[in-house]
Design a protein around this ligand. Structure first.
Ligand code: PMV
Length: 339
């Protein structure tokens, strides 16, 4: 059997993807930072079986057979046969593990589907010699990752990526993400501390969350706002303007939750400690003048974002003042991915 291995990190969105149409086409462009410590490592052993008429897989998650994940992956692989025809006559033994605990507010679908897409594109490369060009390979992997789990398409690139057609980036697309390379070096080592307010399973799946936007009274204006925020954020990333960066990032986080709260039905994912922490962050920023900002995913946990040069002060503050508001005092340390 041949073997392929990939590691793919998760990402944290600064401009949020919330609302989709067709086959995983985003309603607005999104931008994320790629993380480095929160990743999926996937190994695929594979063998072509000419007489076989359908995909055959075994799936191990953290060393154990996992039927739920296997079924999801089988359905996805089945849908990819028109792209990679060899899938219909291959046996795949997929082993996957995450560097971070399950359901801690880190998008495991982004890292796992990113890793799967990278593995599939590597198999295609080995079998058919296509995708030899690195850019073509990554674009294809991003395209496939998107079909598996929207925001996963941004995870295959280091540093940061944009997914969704927009007038500011000429090569941007709704079909795949593109890497951002023109940014101030301060973002190369940008820090992320994830304050785990609750590690419970998400109350709303992201599929159900996106669907709420189909009938949302503010949908149109939200998609415009995301484009406007992108137009503010891209120059701030280029110039290293951390104040604009922070304003946009916090506005996007609170908008995401506001949209959920006034959806029909209403969804409230923030918890009392989320709000306490937000207040504490604002207060700390005012007192210290340090550029520490927050974002939120579709859950109660807080992602602190700040440059590496204030790491020491921030970590002491997190330890002394914030940790007690986290479930089992759990904090995850991460930073932007360099590869
Ligand atoms: O990729 P999905 O379908 O899990 O949606 C992700 C949605 C958010 O995480 C809330 C925002 C984003 O852009 O990652």
């Amino acid at each position: 059997m041949q073997k392929i291995m990939h590691r793919c990190p998760s990402n944290i969105a600064l401009v949020k993807y919330w609302g989709k149409k067709g086959i995983q086409i985003p309603e607005n462009p999104s931008l994320s930072l790629t993380l480095s410590q929160s990743f999926t490592e996937m190994t695929i052993e594979y063998e072509l079986r000419e007489n076989q008429q359908k995909i055959t897989t075994d799936f191990l998650f953290e060393g154990k057979a996992n039927e739920k994940f296997k079924t999801k992956i089988d359905v996805f692989l089945e849908s990819q046969i028109p792209i990679f025809t060899w899938l219909s006559s291959v046996y795949l033994k997929i082993s996957s593990s995450n560097s971070f605990p399950h359901s801690t507010g880190i998008a495991s679908s982004a890292s796992s589907m990113g890793a799967l897409a990278l593995c599939l594109c590597s198999i295609e490369k080995q079998l058919n010699g296509t995708l030899a060009n690195e850019n073509t390979y990554l674009r294809k992997a991003s395209f496939m990752a998107r079909l598996a789990s929207g925001s996963a398409c941004r995870s295959v690139f280091p540093y940061m990526a944009v997914w969704g057609k927009n007038s500011l980036l000429s090569d941007s697309s709704d079909e795949y993400a593109v890497p951002i390379t023109d940014f101030d070096p301060i973002f190369k080592s940008y820090q992320n501390r994830i304050l785990i307010v609750s590690a419970s399973e998400k109350a709303v799946s992201s599929r159900a969350g996106h669907a709420l936007m189909n009938t949302h009274p503010f949908a149109k204006i939200r998609y415009q706002q995301a484009n406007d925020n992108m137009a503010k954020l891209l120059p701030a990333l280029q110039s290293g303007d951390l104040e604009i960066f922070g304003q946009v990032v916090e506005n996007e986080a609170l908008t995401l939750h506001a949209l959920m709260m006034n959806s029909e039905p209403s969804v409230i994912l923030m918890q009392p400690n989320t709000l306490i922490l937000i207040e504490k962050i604002k207060q700390f920023r005012q007192e210290t003048q340090l550029p520490v900002y927050f974002t939120l995913d579709a859950g109660p946990n807080i992602h602190l974002l700040f440059p590496e040069n204030c790491k020491e002060k921030v970590d002491i503050w997190v330890d002394n003042d914030l940790k007690k508001y986290c479930e089992n005092e759990k904090i995850i340390t991460d930073f932007v991915a360099t590869k």
